[in-house]
Design a protein around this ligand. Structure first.
Ligand code: HEM
Length: 109
């Protein structure tokens, strides 16, 4: 490889690699249980990068996401709008291509 060559880390592929993850496409929040995180290679999960330039906002962003989700999920049940097929758009980050059409129902339980 020549000096100056651009090298891209395929984060999307790493996050879904079957040699790194059990059932990689399944929604499985237990993957992030402390004992599973401890058993995993540090470089298997890189949403905030790694090394000396790792994201300095990672703890804040993770805490904020948990706080937002917890306050939403405590009050509402969320489901995809009937017949809506979500599609991915790969930009700098991964996002829904045409928004994410959801239905919110206030929790009564
Ligand atoms: C979900 C939210 C976020 C994601 C996915 C994210 C992701 C990233 C990634 C991938 C990098 C590059 C790391 C590398 O080069 O290896 C980065 C760098 C950085 N992030 Fe974030 N970030 C998030 C939120 C934030 C927040 C909330 C802040 C500030 C409060 C922040 C501040 C920074 C800074 C300053 C850098 C540059 C660090 C450096 O070059 O030394 N990020 N982030």
């Amino acid at each position: 490889m020549r000096k100056g060559t651009d090298v891209y880390v395929p984060v999307y592929a790493i996050h879904r690699h079957e040699r790194l993850w059990r059932d990689p496409n399944a929604f499985d929040p237990e993957r992030f249980a402390p004992e599973q995180v401890a058993a995993r290679n540090r470089y298997a999960y890189l949403p905030f990068g790694a090394g000396p330039r790792v994201c300095i906002g990672s703890s804040f962003a993770t805490m904020e996401a948990v706080a937002v989700l917890a306050s939403l999920i405590g009050g509402y049940r969320l489901s995809l709008q009937a017949g809506y097929e979500p599609r991915m758009a790969v930009r700098v980050t991964l996002r829904p291509a045409r928004g994410l059409m959801m239905e919110l129902r206030r929790r009564t339980d």
